[in-house]
Design a binder for this molecule. Structure first.
Ligand code: SAM
Length: 305
């Protein structure tokens, strides 16, 4: 099927019971991650928050402090032992332990997990669990390992790449917490473009690729990744490490001002025959409010559809 006839989608995170978007608006998101309710500044949420929303349970707030800088303000309600569980819904889920992810606050609003990605976690877990053969996954810009661990949990062999040692250490802690220490995961600290070029020279191939590049990133050696400038080259390289019997491909984009069509068209440049699903990953406010918050654009497809 030709990709130009498909329509954009707004994927909603589902099945992640330890996460709730309690409200949004007035430049903030109010969210519950497991035991902690947090409030985080988001400059894009320029509409009104729900008038009756209660902020009584907030344990930590990321907002402009007295210095004028954005920082975290944590109070006595904050539970330091901060973890969330996630159980993908596939055939054998009931017999399996959930994944466990550690969360934490640092200098930025990032707490180590992007809950909207649950839309992809469920999709990829299903693809891997129902595949006819073992799926060998390459996860580029893998961060604290959520997608890598979901893939391993579902039965895949995983190669996880990120340029930050701190992110890789965090991902390994999540691996231990999730009881996946024996799972076949290679943790690689490298610049993604450099790594994929090396894999091409070594004739290594993968059945599935997950690509979650930031709008802008810099590695320990000062090499930068700028989405608008570098993504097309990286996609061309990624195409060269796809195996002859591939399973799936996922890409996200956080680049400001680039639409979902740009994300899809970039992917279609490399795989013009693929039946690409694309659109936005969203979070939905809890039931009584129900508004959608857009988080990033995505394009994904299964090679055999
Ligand atoms: C948007 S986050 C990925 C989020 C993650 N996939 C998740 O769902 O939790 C981007 C990640 O890319 C990493 N990164 C940035 N520039 C990089 C580069 N040039 N090569 C490899 N990793 C890079 C960062 O360290 C960060 O962990």
């Amino acid at each position: 099927m030709n990709t130009k006839f498909s329509a954009p989608q707004q994927l909603q995170h589902t099945g992640f019971e330890d996460y709730e978007l309690l409200d949004s608006g007035n430049f903030f998101r109010l969210e519950r991650f497991g035991k902690n309710v947090i409030k985080r500044y988001d400059p894009t949420l320029i509409y009104k928050a729900h008038p009756k929303r209660t902020e009584i349970d907030i344990a930590a707030k990321f907002a402009t402090g007295k210095s004028g800088e954005l920082s975290w303000n944590v109070n006595e309600k904050f539970n330091e032992d901060w973890k969330v569980q996630y159980l993908p819904s596939v055939k054998h889920s009931k017999d399996r332990k959930p994944l466990v992810f550690e969360l934490g606050i640092s200098g930025s609003k990032n707490i180590g997990l992007f809950p909207e990605q649950a839309s992809h976690w469920q999709w990829l877990a299903h693809k891997i669990a129902t595949a006819q053969h073992e799926v060998n996954v390459l996860n580029l810009f893998g961060h604290t390992g959520a997608a890598s661990l979901v893939a391993a949990w579902a039965g895949a062999k995983v190669c996880h790449v990120d340029s930050s040692q701190a992110a890789i250490n965090w991902a390994k802690r999540n691996q231990t917490l999730s009881d996946l220490t024996k799972a076949p995961i290679r943790w690689i600290k490298d610049d993604c473009t450099t790594f994929v070029k090396r894999e091409i020279k070594r004739d290594r191939v993968y059945d599935a690729v997950i690509l979650d590049p930031p709008a802008f990133g810099r590695d320990a050696k000062g090499r930068t990744f700028k989405f608008e400038k570098d993504i097309a080259e990286l996609l061309g390289l990624v195409k060269q490490v796809v195996s002859p019997h591939p399973s799936f491909f996922i890409m996200n984009s956080y680049a400001t001002g680039l639409s979902e069509n740009v994300t899809k068209n970039l992917v279609a440049d490399q795989w013009p025959q693929a039946k690409i699903e694309y659109g936005e990953l969203t979070l939905r406010e809890k039931e009584s409010y129900g508004r959608f918050v857009s988080c990033n654009t995505f394009a994904r497809f299964a090679f055999n559809e």
